[in-house]
Design a protein around this ligand. Structure first.
Ligand code: GEK
Length: 246
């Protein structure tokens, strides 16, 4: 993954008009650096996927990684589970992400059953699955599309199946939210982003990444049919939930 690990400097120079954020080739080139420095807890969440799969995934079942980007979820699972333990299907809308994910996964885990498909998770034809990972992807869908996707994933999950949903969140309380966002910006500064980069990235993500409250996520999961859901991780305004089919 050598040329996939460029440092993210996309928003480091003043731009007249900050373009809407998109997952294009420029983003792909620095994506591992960008997500590691921008998403608190990203590494820990990935590290837990294998442990969650070990506990909840039927041996040999399919794992969907939706909005898989460069396939970090697949790498994390393959690092912890044997090739017979699961079949991985990554899905992403961005052709640049899919191309790079295919290359990386083929090189890093040639013995595992891995496929990466280009597609829109809102219209994808899901096959039966034991585990679905939505790692910081649902937040990029229009809010009105989110419920239907979760309902379809609930249908695709086999008995005993689980969904892992990681998201940037918004606190319901305004003061709490402001504190979390300020500390999040401190976190980014501490990770080497300048004030200019932070503010331009924020503008680029406006109307592209629309976070929900934890309560909204729990309500949606319940409405989709999930028997129960736990918030198992939170670091500032980033959280991960696990929802159980039964
Ligand atoms: C990781 N999960 O490294 N259908 C399919 N993919 C989509 C859609 C859609 N409708 N909309 C956005 N995407 C990854 C990180 S990144 C999160 C996920 C981030 C894709 C988009 O192309 C991008 O690759 C991914 O969702 C979101 O664990 O960049 O903050």
């Amino acid at each position: 993954m050598s040329d996939a690990s460029y440092r993210d400097a996309i928003f480091s120079t003043p731009l007249d008009r900050v373009a809407r954020f998109s997952f294009d080739e420029r983003v792909v080139a620095c994506f591992p650096d960008m997500i590691r420095r921008s998403v608190p807890g990203y590494g820990q969440i990935l590290g837990m996927l294998g442990l969650i799969a070990r506990r909840h995934l039927r041996h040999g079942a399919r794992v969907y990684d939706l909005g898989c980007s460069l396939g970090a979820g697949g790498l994390a699972l393959a690092g912890q589970l044997s090739p017979e333990a699961f079949r991985y299907t990554g899905v992403d809308l961005s052709p640049a992400m899919v191309a790079r994910a295919r290359e990386t996964l083929a090189a890093e885990c040639p013995d595992h059953a891995i496929e990466v498909l280009e597609g829109d998770i809102r219209h994808f034809d899901y096959r039966p699955t034991g585990m679905v990972v939505l790692n910081f992807t649902l937040q990029f869908l229009a809010p009105e599309d989110r419920q239907a996707v979760l309902a379809r994933l609930f249908e695709a999950l086999e008995p005993g199946g689980v969904l892992v949903l990681s998201e940037k969140i918004q606190a319901a309380d305004e003061e709490e939210n402001a504190w979390l966002v300020e500390r999040y910006h401190d976190f980014k500064r501490a990770n080497g982003y300048s004030d200019l980069e932070i503010s331009q990235k924020r503008t680029a993500l406006e109307n592209v990444l629309l976070p929900d409250t934890l309560a909204a996520h729990h309500d949606r999961l319940a409405d989709a049919g999930f028997a129960r859901a736990h918030t198992w991780f939170q670091f500032l305004n980033f959280a991960s939930l696990i929802a159980f089919k039964e």
